[in-house]
Design a protein around this ligand. Structure first.
Ligand code: CA
Length: 243
């Protein structure tokens, strides 16, 4: 398994509130995580970094090589809860931190499976023989509006409220994460990203770059370059792994 990641300020923002990590838990067990912080100028980056560190610390502490899918799901759920508690507690420490929170999307990769946890509107995609598969459901206002039939998916992309998320890590005492698991085959890839990428690129464009683009090592940079070429009004973070 190989993995690459990068995060970038984008062209407009003065601060990068995204954070990511890639950790080898065991020789055949890889952890990927992307967090996209929100809050005032002094807090969004605090929330995403703290959530990542607490989440990764807890997964590192509890991951065993022989875990089955159910045990990995429980581990991810517990680690999200712990990260949530840490950010929520920190948000009460100073008025600078009031209301801060973060998205969190994470994947544990095994040679034959990805187990994914998600809170918020960062995303996980899987690339396999059938193309690109958008694995997670955004916890966002526009996603709800699309599901209610109030707007189309096309309208959601440019809706003025497209940045409003309905679930975040750290904004309330408890949070529930969505869990997904998907079988993988040799050559398949998994991509996690913040909305700074997914707002700038269509799924099929991401597919093209990951499957037909330059070598995988250069793929994250190429995706970033495309997002920046289109204005990159937000921070951009992308993590790519292959099995
Ligand atoms: Ca963002």
């Amino acid at each position: 398994m190989d993995a690459w990641g990068l995060t970038d300020l984008g062209n407009v923002r003065k601060q990068n509130q995204d954070f990511y990590d890639i950790v080898t838990l065991h020789p055949n067990q890889l952890l990927l995580v992307v967090c996209d912080g929100m809050g005032g100028a002094k807090s969004g980056n605090v929330a995403s970094r703290l959530a990542t560190e607490v989440f990764v610390g807890e997964v590192r502490r509890t991951a065993r090589e022989d875990m089955d899918v159910e045990q990995i799901e429980k581990m991810l759920r517990d680690a999200v809860s712990l990260a949530n508690q840490a950010v929520f507690e920190q948000s009460k420490v100073s008025s600078d931190f009031t209301g801060m929170g973060t998205t969190l999307v994470a994947a544990v990769l095994l040679p034959d499976r990805a187990i994914i946890a998600n809170v918020g509107d960062s995303r996980a995609y899987i690339f396999d023989k059938d193309g690109i598969r958008f694995m997670t459901v955004d916890h966002s206002l526009v996603e709800l509006m699309v599901r209610r039939g109030e707007i189309t998916r096309e309208q959601a992309k440019t809706h003025p409220s497209k940045n409003l998320i309905t679930r975040a890590v750290g904004t309330e005492a408890n949070v529930d994460c969505d869990l997904y698991n998907q079988e993988l085959h040799p050559g398949d890839a998994v991509l996690l990203c913040s909305d700074g990428l997914s707002n700038e690129m269509a799924d099929q464009e991401i597919l093209f770059e990951v499957v037909h683009g330059v070598q995988k090592e250069g793929c994250c940079q190429r995706l970033l370059d495309i997002a920046k070429g289109r204005g990159a009004p937000d921070n951009v973070t992308v993590v790519l792994a292959t099995v």
